[in-house]
Design a protein around this ligand. Structure first.
Ligand SMILES: [Fe+2]
Length: 380
């Protein structure tokens, strides 16, 4: 048995934020971070609301900890909102998703595993959750997992349950009009990786394929234009990131995310860049798996020839949007080799690996990392 998970509503367009004026909640909790607040987005959201009481939790940090979600839930329990609105990037959206669970149920977030049925724990969704992404990449507005850091254990946890998905996603094009270039590139590479990994995951299905294929086409057509200031391309990227989220959220990511999660955690590199840098190398590695047939077919459809053509197109795109194409551009060789064994072990233990169409062993992961360090082709 399979299912397709998504919010019940996705509202998009230049004036999508206007949809908030139809919300009748009296008590609204806005979850965000301080930089988003400074950009004026929270004032814009408040202006649309009729609510008599609005509380703002702005303490979400990058790579947020479980403790932040617990603190936000404490605020939510006290305030008892009818509506929670998350305004921010993936970190903010993930904290808000977990907050909605924790404000109702006394549960250890680490214990929320994909198999746990929250409805049996009495999760009634007393608060509606609206996600308003301010970047175009994570797809967190439509996925049913959240990534939180367990700072004490120095690891990332991914509590997941189909009840976690937000009720509504609002994709307002104006919100991403002033996104900084480095964020357009980084979050765009995350979306591109989601679209491709969702397409070749062993959990792929007809629903996820449709979303991933269209997202891939839109991203390859629009990311560079968006980076160079084309606002209609930026609007397309905002849609594409959410489509990729619906795609990979219903099939899963794979080896690129395993390598990227470990790399990002060790060297403190932005998630989108951490995964993007390994994308061409993993696609080279996948050429000796059934993923090649899938990628050949999709590449032909979108005018990239075959898998090799797609890899070349991605590498050119990365150079054109100033994304590093080899690890040595980001980390010093000596520092990289000092950590290579721990890095390889972390990638090997990452949950995303299980859904890859070809699963490397310890030695192969290390070799892929080394190829990515020096910009060498993965030919094994
Ligand atoms: Fe990602």
């Amino acid at each position: 048995m399979w299912s397709y998970v998504s919010p019940r509503l996705i509202i998009y367009g230049e004036d999508a934020l206007e949809a908030l004026s139809t919300e009748n909640a009296e008590r609204v909790l806005i979850v965000t971070d301080k930089s988003i607040e400074k950009l004026g987005f929270i004032d814009a959201v408040k202006e649309k609301l009729k609510a008599s009481k609005i509380e703002v939790f702005n303490e979400v940090e990058p790579e947020p900890s479980i403790d932040t979600a617990i603190a936000c839930a404490k605020t939510a329990r006290k305030f008892a909102p009818e509506l929670i609105i998350a305004v921010g990037g993936g970190s903010v959206l993930d904290v808000a998703k977990m907050t909605r669970i924790l404000m109702e149920i006394d549960v250890d977030p680490i214990g929320i595993l994909p198999s746990l049925d929250l409805t049996e724990l009495g999760f009634k969704k007393r608060s509606k959750l609206i996600a308003i992404p301010t970047t175009s990449g994570t797809g967190a507005d439509v996925t049913w997992a959240c990534v939180l850091s367990d700072k004490a254990e120095k690891r990332k946890m991914t509590p997941a349950n189909k009840e976690i998905v937000p009720d509504i996603s609002i994709l307002d094009y104006r919100i991403v009009e002033k996104m900084p270039k480095n964020l357009i590139a980084g979050s765009g590479m995350d979306a591109l990786t989601h679209a491709i990994e969702g397409l070749v995951s062993i959990w792929k299905n007809d629903f996820s394929d449709a979303m991933c294929e269209k997202a891939l086409e839109l991203i390859l057509e629009n990311l560079e234009k968006s980076y160079n200031g084309d606002l209609s391309a930026r609007a397309k990227m905002h849609i594409a990131a959410t489509m990729a989220g619906l795609g990979f959220g219903n099939s899963q990511v794979g080896l690129v995310h395993s390598l990227g999660h470990a790399f990002g955690a060790f060297f403190n590199v932005h998630h989108g860049l951490s995964v993007g840098i390994f994308l061409p190398y993993v696609l080279q590695y996948y050429r000796k798996s059934n993923a090649k047939d899938i990628l050949d077919k999709v590449s032909k459809k979108i005018g990239s020839g075959d898998t090799n053509g797609l890899i070349a197109r991605i590498t050119t795109l990365m150079r054109n949007i100033n994304v590093p194409t080899r690890v040595s551009e980001v980390v010093k060789e000596k520092e990289f080799f000092e950590n290579i064994e721990n890095l390889t072990m972390a990638a090997l233990n990452d949950a995303s690996l299980a859904m890859s169409p070809r699963i490397p062993d310890f030695g192969e992961i290390q070799k892929i990392y080394e190829c990515a360090l020096f910009g060498r082709e993965v030919d094994f």
